[in-house]
Design a binder for this molecule. Sequence first.
Ligand code: BTN
Length: 259
Amino acid sequence: MNQADLETLKHKFSLGRVQFFSSTTSTNDIASSWLANNTGHFSMIVADEQTSGRGRFGRVWYTPPNSSLAVSFILTTGLLPNYLLRYSGLGSLAVCETLSKLGFPEVQIKWPNDILIRGKKVGGVLAEVNWVGNQPNGIILGIGLNITHTSFPKDIQLNYPATYLEAHTSLPVHRMEVLEQIVQAIFKWNEKISKPEFLKAWEMNLAFMNQPIQILFSQKESIEGQLFGLAENGEIVLKLSTGKIIQVNASEINLRPSY
Ligand code: BTN
C-alpha cells in the first residue's frame, strides 16, 4: 500500500486530497489539521503505522506497522447537524457491509461504532465533528481494522475481546481491496444517510438485537434492558423490565450483552 495506490482510488471515486503516511501520530489528527485548511470533500488519509492512534473515550488504538488498516475520511458537504450520530453508523455500516461482502463470517455492529466478527472486536470507528460556532463544518470518519495477528498486543487488558481479519480466512487479506470496498460503501450510504433505508440497514446489522443488554454509564452505574432498535437520530432504544421504553445516546456508554 502506497501513495500511488491511493491516487488510483482518488481517480476511480473522485476523492478529494489523498495522502499515505508510512508512520504518523493519528490519521484523525491529520484530518483535523486538513479541515482547518479547508480541504476538499471526501479527502482521505491512510497510515501504515500510528504512534498515537486513538479510539472513543480517549482510549489507545494500536496500529503497529504492516498490521492494520488505519484510515480517516473527511466529509464536508451535505452534513446533517441534527443526525450527527448517524455518521458513526455510516462508518460502521460501510465496514460491516464490506467485510460481509468479502466473505467474513458473522460480521455485526456493536452499537454505535464497534465491528465484531463472531462476537469479537475486529475494528472500530471514531467519528469526530469539527465545529465552526454551532455549525458542523466537517466530519472526520476514522476507521481502524485489525488485519494480522500483530495488530494489537496480546499481553494487555483490552476493553473488549479482540480479533483480526486473518484469523477468519485462509487467504491473505489485501488492505487495498478492503479499503476500496469501504470507500465504495461509504459513498453509497452517505447518499442515503438521511433516509429510513440507512437506519434500517444499520439496525439490521446490529449485534444483540432483541436481546438483553447492559449499558454501563460508568464503573458503578448501569441499566439493563432489551435492545429494541434505533431511534431516528441514531440513539439506541431500550425496553426496560418495567416495560418503559427509553433512548440512550452514545456519550460515555459501554454496551455489553447481559447473559
Ligand atoms: C474505537 O474503537 O473506539 C474507535 C477506533 C478508531 C481507530 C481509528 S484508526 C484511524 C483513525 N485514527 C485514529 O487515531 N483513530 C481512528
